[in-house]
Design a protein around this ligand. Sequence first.
Ligand SMILES: Nc1ncnc2c1ncn2[C@@H]1O[C@H](COP(=O)(O)OP(=O)(O)OP(=O)(O)O)[C@@H](O)[C@H]1O
Ligand SMILES: [Mg+2]
Length: 338
Amino acid sequence: MRVVLLTGPGGDAQGWGDLKVTEEVARAAEASGHQPRIVWVQSEADFRRCLDGPPFDILWSALYHISPNERFIGRNEDGVWVADVLDERQLPYIGSDSRCLRDMIDKSATHRILAAAGVPVPDNRVVRSGADLSGIGYPAFVKPIGESRSVGISEDSVVESEPELRRQVAFIEKQFDQPALVEEFLPGPEYTALVLGNDEDRAILPGSVGVEARHYGRHRILRADLRGVGLTRVSPAGEQEEELREVVGRASEAMGCRDHVRIDVKAGADSRPRIIEVNGIPGLKPHKSWACQLFTLHHASPAGEGEDYRRLIAGIIASAARRYGLAGAGAGGDSRGA
Ligand SMILES: Nc1ncnc2c1ncn2[C@@H]1O[C@H](COP(=O)(O)OP(=O)(O)OP(=O)(O)O)[C@@H](O)[C@H]1O
Ligand SMILES: [Mg+2]
């Protein structure tokens, strides 16, 4: 299949990774019998040129929206959202639909949808400067409403009082131009799960995630300085595995996710899991990104991690191709790792 891999300045902050990662995705797609083409878009005009350019069978975007911002995702409320345009033009693309992507990028919307479906999430509230903060319990956890890669997360994210909370909300508004999401602090272990494929072909691959104990500070949280530097490791979830599969499966259904998402989970003081977010465009840096580590954890091939990566990419492309009834889903395109 002719697969357009769409990326741009925001590819690392918003999506699967930088241009090098996109080249790895392209190599894996090619090795699975596809014809990938990388398209770099900096503006709405570039994006429209891509859609009006050489034909393709399916598009895969590292971008939620077109933005020059390399540092963080941002809200881009008036900007162009890739999946909105693709839906308008009825073009096939890999991943969740535009409504679901918008729900996933807004962590408060995610919590609202999941809570309504009875899926456990932390107590949470959207907070802007000057808001009435009565009724918030401490410690609380404060984060940007729509970011990734632990952007904006430090020891200061755990607040013990109203003045600390106000300071952290002001910091998030100033740095990231968005409201803060204030959540119940979850002190327990952290997990992440890759959800691959759709319907009867769906596979849920959970794992524990964390860093060596000496890297944590006062709190067991994955601060921004612990991310993207080769410190985090995925390992078997052990006896939590079945409960994780169940809750992650329900979360994925409630959101209406397609093809592949990565769902992050943290345990509360009661040791029970809460969904903290659903990542619509998970990182795909070979060997490093959690999605890749999870795939290898569950489907290690005798041929090594390079082959695991190829199968992961082939599986994602195949699940989207099957949804659209496209022929030539490619080799090794089984979400269960076959
Ligand atoms: N309610 C909470 N209580 C305690 N720690 C939390 C809470 N929410 C998030 N964290 C910590 O902050 C980190 C980042 O949070 P979250 O996963 O919501 O953000 P993210 O930046 O979108 O992550 P990703 O890179 O996985 O997309 C988590 O990995 C976790 O360690
Ligand atoms: Mg996360």
